[in-house]
Design a protein around this ligand. Structure first.
Ligand code: FAD
Length: 371
């Protein structure tokens, strides 16, 4: 007779990735317990923007943002010291939503799906057939590591080997201001970027991502004079909160009965605004693999899901590091907004990179030379 487990799937971590994994696994009829050492709703430094494709994936998980306080945006605007360029999404709108509110929605959906949630529950060790939670053993067939950037599950499972680790520092704060633009605005400075997401009718989220550590949010903001002037007199509605933005690709995201998801499974730079969308897509790929009892399809899907955002992340980091490349690219794109629109279409999955192709890259390269 086979071993009897307390649950089919045990999810370590109840952030966006863990909750999405738990919901998707329940959608496939698996019994799920998820644990997080924190209490909900969990806040975290985040740019709080969800692109149209992220909203579609959320909908497949049964999560709707209808009726919630959100801020809509129809595209992205890059703002440099000398030039700016904007493009609309080819289809749909993005939504900005306070991270704490999104977490609450995911928790409610998980509860509705009968995920057993353990809050204030730290997972301290892993065995072949289960985990230790607050010192108590819970037996499970599968362990899903959704425990974020510093994943212990990743270490315990021997999955920490990877490549391309770069690190930047993120800081975010909210301000009481009605959004002045219906784009997410990304301001490019010498040490990093600031991006502004509308998160309500009268509230914006400002996230700073930089290589050096700023001594305060205000100091960081002063790197972007145009933005600093806009928020100078606005009341802040939250205190500044920080988090690391790490870009990392793992060699393997599965081993034995363990699968990693979300930031535990590798991450892209925060500037892509794709972190949560990646986790939601990974969850939809992981659940059928768990149900089928074979993680190999998940490993393949994970590589596919992450490849484009990783490429975008590397390109944005190149622009971040080189003043020459940054000002040339921004000038070239502002002369050719259609090119920027096509790049955005690739970013949100509406145009395949190979269809953007050599002619798009050649055109961009040429515009950069003449800019
Ligand atoms: C500055 C910044 C801006 C960003 N902007 C965006 C954006 O605009 N859009 C976007 O989509 N993404 C954005 N991201 C990325 C996004 O925040 C991450 O992709 C997302 O938080 C990943 O979710 P996660 O569930 O993998 O990890 P986390 O949210 O870190 O969740 C991990 C959870 O695991 C729990 N945990 C850890 N260890 C244990 C343990 N041993 N036992 C129990 N629980 C444990 C923690 O308490 C935590 O709740 C941004 C990131 C940064 C830093």
């Amino acid at each position: 007779m086979g071993q009897i487990f307390d649950t089919d799937v045990f999810v370590v971590g109840g952030g966006p990735a863990g909750l999405a994994a738990a919901i998707a696994a329940r959608q496939h009829g698996l019994r799920v317990i998820a644990a997080d050492s924190a209490q909900p709703p969990i806040d975290k430094a985040c740019g709080e923007g969800l692109m149209p494709d992220s909203l579609e994936v959320l909908a497949r998980l049964g999560v709707s943002l209808k009726g919630c306080e959100t801020g809509a945006f129809r595209g992205i605007r890059f703002v440099g010291p000398e030039s700016s360029v904007a493009a609309e999404f080819p289809r749909g709108r993005g939504l900005g939503i306070r991270r704490i509110l999104l977490h609450q929605l995911l928790v409610e959906r998980a509860q509705k799906c009968d995920v057993e949630m353990l809050w204030g529950a730290r997972v301290s060790a892993m065995r072949e057939d289960g985990v230790l939670v607050n010192g108590r053993k819970i037996g499970c067939r599968w362990i899903v590591g959704a425990d974020g950037q510093n994943s212990r599950v990743r270490d315990w499972a021997g999955l920490s080997t990877g490549t391309g680790r770069t690190q930047r520092i993120g800081l975010r704060q909210h301000f009481q201001l009605s959004p002045w633009s219906d784009y997410v605005e990304i301001y490019w400075g010498s040490h990093g970027q600031a991006y502004v997401t509308p998160v309500g009718r009268n509230e914006i989220c400002v996230a700073l991502i930089s290589r050096p550590k700023f001594s305060s949010f205000r100091e960081g903001l002063s790197e972007f004079p145009e933005l600093a002037a806009r928020v100078h007199y606005a009341a802040s509605t939250t205190r500044a909160r920080g988090a690391l933005s790490i870009s990392r690709t793992l060699k393997h995201v599965c081993g034995g009965n363990v699968a990693l998801i979300g930031e535990a499974s590798g991450s892209v730079d925060a500037i892509t605004g794709e972190g949560m969308a990646l986790a939601f897509r990974q969850a939809l790929a992981l659940a059928p693999a768990l149900a089928a009892g074979d993680l190999s399809s998940y490993a393949a899907a994970h590589t596919k899901i992450n490849s484009l955002p990783e490429f975008m992340s590397r390109s944005m980091l190149l622009m971040d590091r080189s003043r020459w490349l940054r000002s040339r690219s921004l000038r070239a794109l502002s002369r050719q907004p259609g090119l920027f629109a096509r790049m955005l279409a690739v970013h949100v999955g509406e145009l395949r990179l190979k269809d953007f192709g050599a002619s798009g890259l050649f055109n961009l390269g040429w515009q950069m030379l003449v800019a």
